[in-house]
Design a protein. Sequence first.
Length: 173
Amino acid sequence: MSVPIWSPRIQVIGVLYRPWDGTKEFRDYTLPESKWNPAFIGLTPSVLQKIWNGGDIWVVEGLFDMTIGHVIPEKDVVIACGTANLSHLQVNFLKRFLSPSAMVHITYDEDKTGRDHAAGYTDGKTGKYMPGVCDRLTRVGVRCRDVRYRGGKDPGVIWETGGKSALASAFNL
């Protein structure tokens, strides 16, 4: 399976590949433009239009976590960043394009990595606080919240085990 990776200029700047056999081995190919463009999985022209129209943005880690699109409000969008983090370019994109009345919902996995990178954590070796994505977005003036859910380690797993009704229940939507 191949999935395009879009830039805000509505250009495909890469492709994400995953085998059909169900293994979670992802590969990607990106063009040189991906080094200076914020790239998200799912950032299609229609998604950009909803962002410009003032919809909230639900940010997830992976491709199959985007299944929450089945239960979030119709005016909102879901995009995946590929990991439990946001690059400087992605943060700047959210700051620039998010409507002042809209919000970013960080919906990372319910594992240690997802929790640490969404909400922030104290490094066990140095004792230094490492800001989470919500801290970083708030610092640049983006309204943000850390979304917690139940029923599985990530939205993709919840979808696989129970479909739309399980997602709606997990997110209380």
